[in-house]
Design a binder for this molecule. Structure first.
Ligand SMILES: [Zn+2]
Ligand SMILES: [Zn+2]
Length: 295
């Protein structure tokens, strides 16, 4: 597995940055590494990878949730400069033609039904209500070990199908965009507020809490809250809402993080390859001194 060498986990997630100014997540499995979304160009991505001790040469594929610029603006340059293939649903690939830099040089469609395999991950997807061509939640299962993660970023409403799709994953990355009151009392124009809280906009902390409560299970190892608004939310509000709902749903692990826009969130990983008790560890930035906490 091509990781920092700090662990031998079958699956590790590093959120390089998340929010309306750019999203990118690195996912490592037993056999390879993929990037999910590239809302940053190669230079900014390189800096964020460097900050967590990683290199772009490790990336074997780029998966896109949808074509909005904060998720896909870097895809054409990443594909051209680093020779990375961009994987997305056919409708999202078609929508990439509208990007300012044009469509990516190397691209491949994810299977509409069933799973696709990229870099040792089995990849499935689920439709998400959002004002894009074909926004998707993604689920990545490490073929060798069965460890899995699921990610849902821009999402306007919680559906039963989505909750079912996320259920049973070992790690979850879920949008927790805004606090309803902060959005209502905040500076955004009325039309933008309506778009955000509409059924094809973004999840409020309360909606995220509802979704997490619906998919919490005993085997859930960790939850990363993503795409927090810097204007209409705080990490404290997001974590408080999610923790309350997860705890009510009987989830006792306190492995919950709010991801930042400005810097990478320390890697979170699933341990216990080959069966037995899974465990997730947290370490605070290699560059910051390798603080590590096992649970
Ligand atoms: Zn979007
Ligand atoms: Zn977004």
């Amino acid at each position: 597995m091509s990781t920092t060498g700090a662990n031998r986990s079958p699956l590790q997630v590093t959120v390089l940055g998340s929010g309306s100014r750019g999203n990118a997540l690195l996912v490592d499995g037993s056999a390879g590494t993929v990037l999910i979304d590239a809302g940053y160009g190669p230079r900014a991505l390189q800096q964020r990878l460097h900050a967590v001790g990683r290199r772009h040469e490790e990336i074997q594929g780029l998966l896109l949730t949808h074509e909005h610029v904060d998720h896909a603006s870097g895809a054409p340059a990443v594909s051209a400069k680093w020779g990375v293939t961009v994987h997305a649903t056919p409708r999202t690939l078609a929508a990439l033609d509208t990007l300012p830099d044009g469509p990516p040089m190397h691209r491949a469609a994810l299977a509409e039904q069933g799973a696709s395999v990229v870099a040792g991950f089995e990849i499935t997807h689920c439709a998400v209500p959002h004002d894009a061509a074909d926004c998707r939640a993604l689920r990545l299962t490490d073929v060798a070990s069965g460890a899995s993660m699921a990610v849902v970023l821009d999402c306007g409403a919680v559906t039963n199908t989505l909750a079912g799709f996320l259920r049973d994953a070992d790690l979850l990355v879920v949008e927790s965009n805004h606090d309803r009151e902060m959005l209502a009392n905040g500076p955004y124009p009325r039309v933008l507020k309506q778009r955000i809280r509409g059924g094809r906009g973004h999840l409020s902390n309360a909606e995220t809490a509802e979704l997490l409560a619906a998919c919490a299970h005993k085997g859930l190892q960790g939850v990363l809250l993503a795409h927090l608004s810097e204007t209409n939310n705080t990490a404290g509000h997001a974590v408080e809402a999610a923790r309350g709902a997860l705890s009510k749903a009987g989830w006792r692990k306190e492995l919950l993080w709010a991801c930042a826009q400005r810097e990478a969130t320390p890697a979170v990983w699933v341990g216990g390859m080959g069966g037995g008790e899974l465990s997730v560890f947290w370490y605070g930035g290699v560059a910051a001194g390798g603080r590590r906490r096992g649970v």
